[in-house]
Design a protein. Structure first.
Lengths: 310, 317
């Protein structure tokens, strides 16, 4: 732009041209490095499992087959159940969390609310410390939330950061709307759900998507709190278990390479798990790709809002 | 206009008795207090659990009934050679991650900032943000697949370039583990990390570039003397914040990438804590490590903030 202006001080020489070419090439290379693993895993997941063992599948399946997905989505009861739990916690967990945070955020946005200063500090403080792994685990156990679906939902209902983002958004809504509703005799609940909530849809949608992605991606809480209840397993945890199996195998495969053990059986056993693993990885990524355009539409906005708060 | 009405309400409100105001605002209280109790339970009560570190927790006697042991857990901790090894691993991994992360995100942000074609820039951004949103389980899978000695892409490329004669089992060599953690973190987070720098760059006054060009600065000189100083305050704040995180190497990532062959270099403080808690059920000892971790992080962030204030008269507190 600037360089086209008459008398512009910006000179565009040969070195600038070379720089631009190299810069574009590098950025294209970066995109390839980012995307290749995803393309590769899709190709492997759509390839016949026994054929895939021969290796050499890069960006396109050699012997096309839906078999791996069939096994996961219909035949393997554990994985089907885990998929259901993952979807349920993503939907329910994010919806309830957004609703809870909104209720708190609305009260904290009210400058006349008598507990506003003390509660703001109370919630903000939780961003700066945590009880740590063991005390939290003991608490969850004490509350009887071990092997209980609610452990995915209740401890995650309130996120102080989300409350602060929502609060600063609600504060931009003209207060006269709230006053007008009050004069008409509306209760606080009615004001929240019929005035504030419809006007806060952009920020609520953003936080809903982020929370849902966070829920969908969680596996550590499953391992910690629900690993002895197969009906509460999640897709990410099942994938993690397969990864762990493959991990220990790859180190024993290394033993084979070093001649320490003969583990031909182990390499045979690794055949199907690898393809299943690829297909499960695809299933774990697809919902994220699906909401990605929406995430992207809002996230810069969300980030700036977060910045305003700090 | 509208904002002016608010103080009026406050001033009339504050003349009323506090009980009257509470009673008037009971609906707001109904909306917020259930969650106050929730946060009290899930965020504040676990902090009391820190006292476990000064007790010898015994499930039969419970938290209250277990005997006090003073600083015994800490004494044992500081006498354990494994502790020092995991401390070293933690420092090494998070230091490498910090350096790689800062260098890669700043470089990428500068390069993206030089792209004039908006569509191309947007496309690169969209693609490079993607790995940030996938879980570490998926990312670890991808790392294992890419580095596999049998058909991993990295080995294939290195073999074809004749840089190696036979496949390298990257994940099984303990000397490589720190670097793999740092580099896989770059793969996942580099694009996402540029957002904050790019938004700082849009805040740089275009006149500065023009003035630099009039003074004869070429493109590289403009990057060095205008762009970089323009984002320096952002870099400083992020650096101080990340120094507070130096004792957390990222539990999920390390846990998912480690395997039996590399435990020597992969056991970080968080893994060490997890092992003591969940494998040996030594809750008190594990809590002591957690407290050590928090205390050191707190001191480090204070020191970093102090140094930053001394150097540039700017801190974050």
């Amino acid at each position: 732009m600037a360089k086209k202006r008459k008398g512009s001080p910006f000179k565009y020489g040969i070195w600038d041209f070379i720089f631009d070419i190299l810069n574009h090439l590098f950025l294209i290379f970066l995109c390839v490095v980012t995307l290749y693993p995803f393309v590769n895993v899709i190709a492997i997941s759509l390839n016949d499992a026994t054929d895939a063992v021969r290796g050499g599948i890069y960006i396109w399946p050699r012997e096309f087959s839906w078999r791996n997905f069939e096994v996961i989505l219909t035949e393997n009861k554990n994985i089907v159940q885990a998929l259901k739990i993952s979807a349920l916690r993503a939907l329910l967990g994010s919806a309830l969390s957004v609703l809870s945070c909104l209720m708190v955020a609305y009260t904290l946005s009210r400058k006349d609310y008598i507990f506003r200063p003390v509660l703001t500090t109370f919630f903000v403080l939780t961003m700066y410390f945590s009880g740590g792994l063991i005390p939290t685990y003991l608490l969850i156990r004490y509350l009887g939330l071990i092997n209980n679906f609610l452990v995915y939902i209740i401890p995650r209902l309130i996120a102080a950061f989300n409350i602060m983002i929502m609060r600063s958004y609600i504060e931009t809504i003209p207060y006269s709307l709230v006053e007008a509703a009050k004069i008409d005799g509306a209760s606080e609940y009615r004001i929240l759900f019929t005035v504030i909530m419809p006007l806060s849809v952009p920020v609520l949608a953003t936080i809903l998507l982020y929370t849902a992605v966070g829920q969908w991606n969680s596996w550590f809480d499953t391992m910690l709190y629900c690993s002895s209840e197969p009906n509460l397993s999640t897709l990410q945890f099942e994938l993690q278990k397969l990864l762990q199996a493959a991990r220990t195998m790859s180190s024993s495969a290394m033993d084979v390479a070093l001649g320490t053990t003969s583990a031909e059986q182990q390499t045979k056993a690794a055949v199907t798990p690898n393809s299943i693993r690829a297909a499960m990885t695809v299933i774990a990524v697809v919902p994220i790709l699906f909401v990605y355009p929406f995430l992207q539409r809002y996230f810069i906005h969300g980030l700036t809002l977060g910045g305003v708060k700090g | 206009m509208q904002k002016e009405t608010i103080p009026v309400i406050i001033s009339t409100g504050s003349k009323k008795s506090i009980w009257l105001r509470i009673s008037e605002q009971r609906q707001l209280i109904v909306l917020s207090f259930p969650f106050v109790i929730l946060v009290l339970i899930f965020n504040y009560i676990p902090v009391w659990g820190w006292m476990l570190a000064f007790k010898n927790y015994n499930p039969g006697q419970g938290i209250w009934g277990s005997p006090w042991v003073g600083l015994d857990n800490f004494r044992e901790l500081f006498a354990d050679a494994e502790f020092y090894k995991s401390l070293k691993n933690t420092f090494a991994i998070s230091f490498l991650k910090l350096i790689f992360n800062f260098f890669s995100t700043i470089s990428l942000a500068v390069l993206l900032n030089e792209v004039k074609n908006i569509l191309f820039k947007r496309t690169v951004q969209t693609i490079s943000y993607l790995p940030h949103f996938v879980s570490w389980v998926v990312a670890a899978n991808i790392v294992y697949m890419s580095l596999s000695p049998t058909d991993g892409i990295v080995n294939q490329v290195l073999l074809n370039l004749n840089l190696i004669d036979k496949p390298v089992p990257f994940m099984g060599v303990k000397e490589y583990f720190w670097w793999i953690v740092a580099l896989s973190n770059v793969w996942k987070e580099v694009g996402w990390g540029t957002i904050i720098y790019l938004s700082a760059m849009t805040g740089i006054d275009p006149d500065l570039y023009e003035a630099a060009a009039i003074d004869g600065a070429n493109r590289f000189q403009r990057i060095i003397h205008v762009t970089i100083p323009g984002i320096a305050p952002t870099v400083r704040i992020l650096l101080i914040l990340s120094i507070g995180w130096i004792l957390s190497a990222g539990f999920e990532q390390v846990y998912l990438l480690m395997n039996p062959a590399v435990v020597d270099t992969a056991t970080t403080l968080e893994i060490y804590t997890y092992n003591y808690a969940m494998k040996y059920f030594r809750y008190s000892y594990g809590t002591a490590i957690g407290i050590f971790n928090s205390a050191v992080s707190f001191v480090l962030i204070m020191v970093a903030n102090y140094i930053s204030k001394k150097i540039s008269e700017e801190g974050i507190f």
